[in-house]
Design a protein around this ligand. Structure first.
Ligand SMILES: [Zn+2]
Length: 436
């Protein structure tokens, strides 16, 4: 709790980040315990920290990570100041409590305990606190993979992206992120003739763009499953109440009509699950025009595309062009905030089995592999052949809709679940890396 509160109180909102304050704090903690650590970075204000406990080298290393930056805050929305780490009513409040200073603290505590108890290891355990996860990966994982890959290369990695779901205060299931969608922004640029607003033109760029965006909004790309999502929906069906389970079951159906009905239900009621079924497209920026009496010659919309990891980008772009079907509208990738695609972590690996076993032992809960719709720093590692698993503490299902989730106006974690998560983290790491 002391380390958790300490890192929560360090204001690393990104931008600007200033992650050096976390790196320095963690370094000082590790130094005191005699754990070698280095601070590395391309920007002195935004470095990363790498520490390593050596094993006997019988197996390849295990990497455990947490990112040190957090998203920005609107101070006025917080009951307790966002960087106060206030403890109240069994919760700890603060930006980063569930994204990602929970994982950072869990991994740090595991390092300290491994060292204090002098645990014999078959694998090196590498701890990384990386900067820039929230939209500026160039200083963080991008830099680490490019300039320090030898220092972080591992067979397995544990990071953020999974978690344990409580409903009505009861733990229902644990998810492990074994795969994630890949952001591939697309922009639509409509071109027309500019002119006086009093004389409407057929080529009006805003009208063409509006029509293109409307077509995209109606479009639902094909449903496609992979090992992770197939297993996820099958397992979710097995543990859900019958009325909901039917939809999870039916969405896997080979009968297109049955599948479509379940797909409709998910889109309406569980949009996150709908997004897991396909490469999703959400038009999120619409820009054009600057005066009410001027017909603009250009208008632009930006689509947030979250691709299934096996999606062929060039083919998908052609598909978008076919849907837009308007020569006045250019369709192209933005090339911004992209992450590389990589294969899913294997569900038959000893790491996955260890996580599953810890889920049973610590939470008495079934474990579901999950593909996250959002992106994490594991993308860069998966692309380099590291098998990555996203884990996280238990949170109440009801908490995010109340505005206490990751990136929400407020953020909090149950104290008891921080402690349980540290235990889980310890269990998983010792099972994967401990000497057999
Ligand atoms: Zn995060």
């Amino acid at each position: 709790m002391r380390h958790y509160q300490a890192v929560l109180r360090l204001d690393t909102r990104n931008p600007p980040g200033n992650e050096h304050i976390v790196a320095e704090y963690v370094k000082q903690v590790l130094d005191k315990e005699g754990i070698p650590a280095q601070i590395v970075g391309s920007d002195p204000n935004r470095p990363n920290l790498i520490a390593r406990l050596e094993g006997n080298g019988r197996r390849r290393p295990l990497l455990i990570m947490g990112h040190s930056d957090v998203v920005t805050v609107d101070d006025a929305k917080w009951k307790f100041p966002p960087f106060s780490a206030t403890r109240d009513g069994g919760y700890v409040y603060g930006r980063g409590t569930v994204d990602d200073k929970d994982n950072l603290t869990g991994a740090l505590m595991t390092m300290l305990l491994l060292k204090r108890l002098n645990v014999p290891l078959d694998r090196d355990v590498i701890f990384v606190s990386e900067s820039g996860e929230e939209g500026s990966t160039g200083v963080g994982i991008g830099y680490l993979v490019r300039d320090h890959f030898a220092d972080i290369d591992a067979e397995y990695c544990l990071a953020e992206g999974g978690g344990v779901t409580r409903i009505g205060g009861q733990v229902k299931y644990a998810t492990v992120q074994t795969l994630e969608k890949i952001p591939r922004g697309i922009e639509l640029v409509a071109h027309g003739i500019s002119g006086h607003g009093s004389i409407p033109l057929k080529s009006n760029a805003i009208v063409h763009l509006a029509s293109a965006v409307a077509k995209i909004g109606e479009w639902r790309p094909d449903v496609r499953f992979n090992e992770t999502t197939g297993t996820y929906f099958r397992k979710l069906a097995a543990i859900s109440p019958p009325d909901v389970a039917t939809h999870y079951h039916n969405v896997l159906s080979t009968d297109p009509k049955v599948q479509r009905a379940a797909d409709d239900w998910l889109l309406e009621n569980e949009p996150r699950h709908s997004s897991m079924l396909r490469t999703s497209v959400s038009p999120n920026i619409f820009a054009g025009g600057y005066r009410s009496n001027v017909i603009p010659s250009e208008a632009k919309a930006t689509l947030d595309v979250r691709a299934l990891p096996d999606e062929n980008p060039a083919k998908f772009l052609e598909e978008v062009k076919r849907i837009v079907n308007d020569p006045a509208v250019d369709v192209r990738f933005t090339g911004q905030n992209e992450r590389p695609a990589g294969p899913d972590a294997r569900l038959d690996s000893d790491a996955y089995k260890a996580i599953e076993a810890a889920g049973t032992r610590i939470y008495n809960a079934p474990t579901l592999p999950m593909m996250s719709t959002g992106a994490t720093d594991m993308a860069q590692l998966r692309a380099r052949g590291v098998q990555c698993f996203g884990i996280g503490p238990a949170v109440d299902f009801e908490d995010a809709p109340k505005g206490f989730g990751a990136h929400s106006d407020q953020e909090r974690l149950l104290e008891s679940e921080l402690h349980r998560f540290v235990r889980f983290n310890w269990d998983v790491v010792t099972a994967i890396a401990g000497a057999k």
